[in-house]
Design a protein around this ligand. Structure first.
Ligand code: PGA
Length: 258
């Protein structure tokens, strides 16, 4: 059985002070939540990681910590970058890689995503590897081809024992921050395809262990329908993760499949 993962991608929002405040609210909202049933992660900007980490420890909370990107090298002359080693030292567990905003605005490619995915595993971090099609590709029926290519190239050379721990986030770009969501059936079709590709790349056992999230305008009102789909194991949540009550409602609406 795959434990669903609800991860909040804060993007470029919240100072470290806002983050501390938010964690207090989220702890209050989810006081009695069973983290063994639905895993909850927050992915703040780099500047808030340390504060969130110490807060989680001090309050003995079960939230998991994620970063939104990283470089693939452990150290070196890469001004402005943050390394897997640095994230690991902050007890970061997850790292979002290849988010469409990084691909679109910062030149991220399948090749750089692949380097980062391999570096994440080498440092014992779990990648949340993002994929998804643009509106134009969606309308031209190119979704499957695009997503299959992103998954194959992102995982090039990734060993089976690492791959089983992977998280994939399927995020149709036209659904991100737009209020438009893929229908549960459409999201399931693509997530099912991703699992099939993983089965071909590795084997069915490994494919069955990988968690596949849906992302793109997820909110408390559509979470249950999306996460009830057989191949959708949680959500990567942007805008709706910034408000503690709404994020908590998403966690509570997440379907736990037996
Ligand atoms: P959204 O963003 O929930 O605001 O659509 C999702 C994401 O970009 O991960």
């Amino acid at each position: 059985m795959r434990t669903p993962l609800i991860a909040g991608n804060w993007k470029m929002n919240k100072t470290h002070l806002d983050a501390i405040h938010f964690l207090g609210q989220l702890g209050h909202e989810l006081g009695d939540h069973d983290h063994g049933k639905v895993e909850v992660a927050v992915c703040p900007p780099f500047t808030a990681l340390r504060s969130v980490q110490t807060n989680i420890e001090d309050r003995r909370q079960s939230f998991r910590l994620g970063a939104q990107d990283m470089h693939w090298e452990a150290e070196g002359a890469f001004t402005g970058e943050v390394s897997p080693l640095m994230l690991k030292a902050l007890k970061v567990g997850y790292v979002i890689l290849g988010h469409s905003e990084r691909r679109q605005h910062f030149g991220e490619t399948d090749e750089s995503v692949n380097k980062k995915v391999k570096a994440a595993f080498a440092h014992d971090l779990v990648p949340i590897m993002c994929c998804g099609e643009t509106e134009g590709e969606h309308e031209a029926n190119e979704t499957e081809a695009k997503v299959e290519r992103q998954v194959r190239e992102g995982l090039d050379g990734v060993k089976p024992d690492d791959a089983r721990n992977l998280v994939v986030a399927y995020e149709p770009i036209w659904a991100i921050g737009t209020g438009k969501t893929a229908t549960p059936d459409d999201a399931q079709r693509v997530c099912g395809l991703i699992r099939k590709v993983l089965g071909n790349l590795y084997d069915q056992n490994i494919a069955d262990e990988v968690r596949i999230q849906y992302g793109g305008s997820v909110k408390s009102g559509n979470t249950e329908a999306l996460t009830s789909q057989p191949d959708i194991d949680g959500a990567l949540v942007g805008g709706a993760s910034l408000e503690a009550a709404e994020f908590a409602a998403i966690v509570r609406a997440t379907k736990v499949k037996g």
